[in-house]
Design a protein around this ligand. Structure first.
Ligand code: TRP
Ligand code: SF4
Length: 328
């Protein structure tokens, strides 16, 4: 039997190039190689946005449209919403009984986020328990592999420890999920920082071509090139590192390196050598988006189908779990 892969994303709304090259490109490969479950982690969104959940429905819709638009295929992968499968919550409660508090408190991601996000009060039970809920998401489908970026690796390690502890107490119910470490290319935003919705520096998959082009033309370059006659270095140029690296062929890359370091080309000319390729890549994605936007019933249908499949697996697992724990 094909190994099972599971991954989730918090619903943050429309997705950008960072999501595409960091996550979705990988999912597109995986859906051809494994039995895949891809879900919308809407309860996880509430761990940080509990005070302001009004956008959640729109965010889910926009994100799922982007998944489908780039080619995530419901005939290959099972697509659903976490909150539609109540068994995740039941398993979360049971796992919370066996998860030692210090494991959660020493989680590096937890400490970092508390430090980084000062504008929200994250000292909640739910936020501390984020990895416990994530563990239940994974093992309820007996997933073998979980593709995540390096930043999520500590969560996965915690999931493996919680799984071992469960199996130790109640018998071998769950396979230990393996981390499928995704190498994430550097996708920088228009200001040169990591592309992120919260930095307001993103180029979205759904940006109209004129807007995407404008964002790229004004994107930060090597700051050494203040004047047209200043030489620069592609290695220090956010535009180059993101768009040339991902979309230009070898010949163009050579031309850029030579032209930038000798100031024989300007930044606008340099950018214009790749922008059409980026826009061409967006075109089929946006065509698919328009189709889906015109047919909201189709999205509901896809999520319903996915929910049915996921639910059957989750229900069966919970029967084993209750049995193993002596609850049934
Ligand atoms: N924590 C993940 C993120 O922030 C989302 C997520 C929730 C997830 N549950 C998961 C990812 C289970 C992989 C497996 O993107
Ligand atoms: Fe970046 Fe190109 Fe300008 Fe060099 S010429 S700084 S690579 S945009």
């Amino acid at each position: 039997m094909a190994k099972r892969v599971l991954s989730g994303m918090r619903p943050t709304g429309k997705l950008h190039f960072g999501h595409y090259h960091g996550v979705l490109a990988n999912w597109l490969k995986l859906q051809n190689e494994y039995e895949c479950f891809f879900f919308v982690a809407d309860w996880h969104a509430l761990t940080t946005d509990y005070a302001n959940p009004s956008n959640i429905k729109d965010n889910i819709r926009e994100m799922v449209i982007d998944w489908l638009s780039v080619g995530i295929d419901p005939s290959k992968a099972t697509i659903f919403r976490q909150s539609a499968i109540k068994e995740h919550a039941e398993l979360h409660v049971l796992l919370s009984m066996i998860t030692p508090l210090p494991w959660l408190e020493r989680n590096p991601t937890y400490k970092e986020q508390i430090e980084a996000i000062k504008e929200k009060d994250l000292l909640t039970f739910g936020f501390l328990g984020y990895p416990v809920l994530q563990t239940s998401d994974i093992i309820i489908y007996k997933a073998n592999k979980v593709p995540v970026g390096i930043d999520q690796a500590p969560h996965l390690e915690l999931s493996r420890e919680i799984t071992r502890r469960f199996n130790h107490f109640y018998g071998e119910v769950f396979p230990e999920p393996e981390t499928l470490l995704t190498s994430i290319p550097k996708v920088l935003g228009t200001d040169g920082r990591k592309m992120s919705k919260s930095y307001n520096n993103s180029i979205f998959l759904s940006d109209p071509p004129a807007e995407a082009e404008k964002k790229m033309l004004t994107m930060m370059t090597d700051t050494a090139r203040k004047k047209r006659t200043d030489t620069g270095s592609p290695d220090l140029c956010p535009f180059y590192q993101t768009f040339h690296s991902l979309y230009s062929d070898e010949k163009t890359l050579e031309w850029v390196k030579e032209g930038c370091t000798t100031a024989s080309i300007g930044c606008i000319e340099c950018k214009k050598s790749v922008i059409p390729k980026v826009l061409a890549a967006l075109e089929p994605i946006q065509l698919k988006r328009r189709e889906l936007e015109a047919d909201p019933a189709r999205i509901a249908e896809i999520l319903n189908e996915g929910t049915k499949k996921a639910s059957a697996v989750a229900r069966e697992t919970m029967t084993h779990v209750r049995h193993a724990m002596g609850l049934e």
